[in-house]
Design a protein around this ligand. Structure first.
Ligand SMILES: Cc1cc2nc3c(=O)[nH]c(=O)nc-3n(C[C@H](O)[C@H](O)[C@H](O)COP(=O)(O)OP(=O)(O)OC[C@H]3O[C@@H](n4cnc5c(N)ncnc54)[C@H](O)[C@@H]3O)c2cc1C
Length: 362
């Protein structure tokens, strides 16, 4: 992978955030608008566990558009052969990707996947700075002034905000956030999954829903998605009690090894009131974050990054309506998601008294 360390002081398009949305934007700009100087700033260093390992098969078309399909293939991410879901009924239904026209999608180790995409952007000429947090954004005579933690600065003509579920910078854009629920993900990374062919499992339970996915090298992720006020992340007994109310997960937990890492992730549905303004667009989760049940977050972020790149190039070429068009696309995506979200949750009638499910029944 290309070294990721250049800190630009000036560029045409600054991208804040090197997750799927930010890297897709950088890759698309390098491909479709090679005359524009692109600088990407990533706060992390891709060495911690990142949630979101199922990449839907629909991402394949975007990988092609970004010219990264062969690199994804070479990385050897396993495909997802089977999904076992106990959702509307306690009995698990099995679905084989073999019977899906689009194929199976991928299971990725997210920190590696995210680093791969930003490295490819660097290889193709974007200036990529990792471990480099943008502290503030302000309008300047050129367009934008980014102040980085540590004191460095960068000026840009256009800004793509792609900071995921870190909304600290949206107030610098005058943006406002709408939050629809209190979903959190309590995630455990478990060792000792060697040799098992259990695929992805999803299970509805009284206090939320669970998923578990193998992420390779004998490691499996298990997550309990519940509301922040219904579980205490520091309480081991809380986890054990909720697990005891499951079937698939409880059985599976008996045959895997120790917990190597535990983390809590915000997972609520949110959206910015507008995903674009003069000289900027917001792409990926920062603009609209969906419930992980959709398993579309990564694909949606990649697509948003691609469209953000088109909007940036168009806006810099004098087509100011490009930003409004981008905001409209995000709006439409949120409307489609809201319908699918309601249908998915309202198909579960098994625990009418449970706060988790009754909140979602309206
Ligand atoms: C528990 C859980 C499970 C999930 N499972 C799935 C799944 O199976 N499949 C799926 O498709 N989606 C899943 N998702 C959703 C998916 O992870 C996200 O939708 C996706 O990561 C969004 O990509 P993004 O690029 O918008 O944001 P992110 O991936 O969050 O990337 C944002 C980047 O911005 C950086 N950043 C933040 N602030 C700054 C700053 N000020 N300066 C510089 N850099 C900054 C961060 O370090 C990060 O690298 C899951 C989410 C959760 C919470």
């Amino acid at each position: 992978m290309a070294p990721l360390s250049t800190v630009a002081t000036s560029c045409d398009v600054a991208i804040v955030g090197g997750g799927p949305a930010g890297s897709a934007a950088a890759l698309a700009l390098r491909r479709h608008a090679p005359d524009l100087g692109v600088a990407l700033f990533e706060a992390g260093t891709y060495d911690c566990y990142r949630a979101g390992e199922i990449v839907a098969s629909t991402a394949g078309a975007i990988f092609s558009e970004l010219s990264v399909l062969s690199a994804i293939g070479e990385a050897g991410f396993p495909s997802l052969p089977t999904v076992r879901a106990a959702w509307e009924r306690p009995q698990a239904l099995e679905e084989h990707a073999l019977f899906s026209a689009r194929g199976s999608g991928w299971i990725v180790e997210r920190s590696y996947f995210d680093q791969l995409l930003s490295s490819l952007a660097a290889e193709r000429g974007a200036s990529v700075a990792v471990g480099c947090r943008v502290a503030t954004l302000a309008r300047s005579s050129k367009g934008w002034l980014l102040r980085l933690r540590g004191g460095a600065r960068c000026e840009a003509r256009f800004l793509i905000l792609a900071t995921g579920r870190d909304w600290g910078l949206i107030r610098n854009l005058g943006g406002r956030l709408q939050v629809s629920d209190r979903l959190v993900g309590r995630v455990r990374v478990l060792r000792g999954d060697e040799g098992a062919d259990r695929g992805l499992m999803i299970e509805a339970a009284e206090d939320g829903w669970w998923y578990s996915a193998p992420i390779g090298r004998g490691v499996r992720v298990m997550a309990w998605m519940t509301d922040a006020d219904l579980s205490d992340p520091s309480d081991e007994a809380d986890w054990a009690m909720a697990l005891a109310k499951t079937q698939l997960m409880r059985e599976m937990a008996k045959s895997v090894g120790a917990c190597a890492h535990a983390a809590l992730f915000p997972a609520m549905t949110t959206r910015m009131r507008s995903a674009a303004g003069a000289g900027w667009v917001a792409a990926g989760d920062v603009a609209a974050a969906f419930d992980p049940l959709s398993a579309q977050g990564v694909t949606k972020a990649l697509r948003a990054g691609l469209f953000a790149a088109y909007a940036a190039a168009d806006a810099l070429a004098g087509r100011a309506e490009a930003c409004d068009r981008f905001a409209f696309l995000v709006e439409r995506e949120c409307e489609a998601y809201a319908k699918a979200y309601r249908a998915a949750y309202q198909s579960v009638y098994r625990w009418p008294e449970s706060p988790f499910w009754s909140r979602r029944a309206q």
